[in-house]
Design a protein around this ligand. Structure first.
Ligand code: B1M
Length: 227
């Protein structure tokens, strides 16, 4: 089965399977979600489509329930646990097509922010997209981004934030890079549920990416531009 290539995503045919994944995740059904992911992989639905159209909508619903106070922090945590379980099946598939290095991509979730599911997906997709990824994890201090970028001579630096309260760290990291003379040496990417293109423009980041696929596409386009 592992050698059978993934098929083109067929919205009409595959939506039912992906919708079930989303509903099971929303209902915090661990087993149902995992079974759904396995079924989708058996059907050769591309792994990123499983994340984008199955797991992510389920997480969004959980976020909405949390806002309406139908779910609480314990449910958010359990949802993260299910998501990580599901990702264990998807990780190898997402990483499978590693092509060699197109550049070094330093990534992390900014200071004060503990959300890492989306950032991990971005890391995986970048790895499979041919980048050498150095992942600093979560709650990364501004200085750590700078220190590591210099140490590994990063070509790209990516910051993830899911909280409006932690977005300002992206700006302070940008300033730190500017003040230490390495701003022009790296391409800076920002992303995460609360981040927008206009915020990226406001702080002077090079690129905003709405999801992992877009991040890989934009990073690859830099390579083409660089020649
Ligand atoms: Co949190 N949380 N959470 N949470 N949580 C949100 C983000 C929230 C929107 C829920 C809500 O109210 N609707 C809300 C933020 C509101 C805001 O600031 N506007 C929120 C809150 C309030 C909180 C706490 C403050 C709750 C509390 O304590 N009272 C707290 C904060 C803790 C902290 O960080 N200091 C908290 C805690 C948690 C858990 C720890 C329980 C858990 C995270 C576990 C973990 O990550 N290991 C959690 C979860 C699970 C969520 C939701 C439900 C799901 C997030 C997720 O994993 N989504 C979330 C609601 C939501 O987002 N709809 C919510 C799935 C993931 C695949 O998507 O991360 O967006 P995402 O990543 C995407 C893109 O954004 C993009 O690509 C990814 C995939 O394609 N992307 C990038 C991400 N990073 C990128 C970087 C790039 C480019 C693209 O370039 C470098």
């Amino acid at each position: 089965m592992e050698n059978i290539p993934f098929k083109e995503f067929d919205k009409k045919m595959d939506n039912e399977i992906l919708k079930n994944i989303s509903l099971n995740l929303e209902a915090l059904d661990l087993q149902g979600t995992i079974e759904g992911v396995k079924k989708a992989l058996d059907e050769r639905i591309p792994p990123f489509e499983i994340v984008k159209n199955g797991l992510s909508p389920g997480m969004d619903k959980i976020g909405e329930k949390y806002e309406r106070k139908e779910y609480f922090l314990s449910e958010l945590s359990f949802a993260a646990h299910i998501m990580k379980g599901a990702m264990e099946f998807l990780d190898p598939q997402l990483k499978a097509s590693k092509e060699g290095s197109l550049g070094t991509f330093l990534i992390g979730t900014v200071k004060g922010d503990l959300h890492d599911i989306g950032k991990n997906i971005v890391s995986m997709m970048l790895t499979s997209g041919g980048f050498e990824v150095c992942d600093l994890g979560i709650d990364v201090a501004d200085e750590k981004f700078l220190q590591k970028a210099v140490e590994i001579k990063a070509d790209f630096v990516g910051m993830s934030s899911l909280l409006t309260t932690t977005m300002p760290s992206m700006k302070s990291v940008m300033e730190l890079f500017r003040n230490n003379g390495i701003r022009e040496k790296v391409r800076i990417f920002v992303g995460g549920a609360v981040v927008t293109q206009s915020f990226a423009d406001e702080i002077g980041a090079d690129y905003y990416a709405k999801d992992a696929m877009e991040c890989v596409r934009k990073a690859r386009s830099c390579i083409v531009v660089k020649g």
